[in-house]
Design a protein around this ligand. Structure first.
Ligand SMILES: C[S@@+](CC[C@H](N)C(=O)[O-])C[C@H]1O[C@@H](n2cnc3c(N)ncnc32)[C@H](O)[C@@H]1O
Length: 206
């Protein structure tokens, strides 16, 4: 039922709110967020972008529509939050997915959903993306997840990977300027209406 409904949404045949899609997947985002306190998060994790953000599923949908027709089989969501990107992909595509999320409560909730759904091709790890090794993937989502001061190092890591093999990078907001500056990447499926901080898709140069 989930794959059918999300498939209709993906093709544009159904309208859902973000809360509707969270509920369809089974993500308890609001009740988990209600237990978090911003000051406690800063005290626990230090200087990081710890807010959950307000990414609508429409952006995730648009990203995957842009990737349609390209060959990719595994994705890494950098700062995966509740795993929405990974779960959207797991419901609709044959792929493996990895998510790394700083905040333990969010990672735990994503892991619960993954277990409940039996999505064993998805792995969720709690930790700091700037310190961990990354599992190999060919599609990287960087949805404005880390503070700009971590982006030079993060984009250098992406650059090193892009020089070795063909990868895709989906990015939003301030992260865009770092990927746009990488000689190993070029933008594709550009939306002429989007400004420099809108949704961007990049691919390794051949
Ligand atoms: C804007 S949310 C995006 C969540 C998810 N990608 C989505 O589209 O639904 C960014 C997430 O990145 C996490 N985050 C921030 N800094 C991080 C870090 N250094 N390592 C891992 N996760 C981080 C935050 O806790 C937050 O849940």
């Amino acid at each position: 039922m989930l794959a059918r409904r999300l498939g209709e949404y993906h093709r544009g045949g159904r309208r859902y709110s973000n809360a509707d899609i969270d509920a369809l997947i089974g993500i308890r985002r609001d009740s988990t967020e209600a237990r978090l306190d911003f000051t406690d998060l800063i005290l626990t994790y230090g200087h990081h972008r710890v807010d959950t953000g307000d990414f609508p599923y429409r952006i995730i949908r648009r990203a995957f529509r842009r990737l349609a027709g390209y060959s990719w089989s595994s994705l890494l969501d950098i700062g995966c939050g509740y795993g929405r990107v990974l779960f959207y992909a797991a419901a609709l595509f044959e792929c493996r997915g990895y998510g790394i999320e700083l905040i333990a409560e969010r990672a735990r909730e994503a892991a619960r959903v993954r277990q409940h759904r039996g999505w064993h091709a998805i792995q969720i790890q709690q930790g700091d993306i700037t310190r961990l090794d990354w599992p190999p993937a060919d599609c990287y989502f960087v949805m404005n997840s880390v503070l700009p001061e971590y982006m030079p190092d993060l984009s250098r890591r992406v650059d090193a990977i892009a020089r070795q093999r063909r990868i895709f990078v989906v990015s939003h907001s301030t992260a865009n300027q770092f990927f746009a500056a990488l000689p190993s990447l070029h933008e594709f499926a550009a939306d002429p209406r989007a400004g420099s901080f809108g949704l961007k898709t990049y691919c390794s140069k051949p």
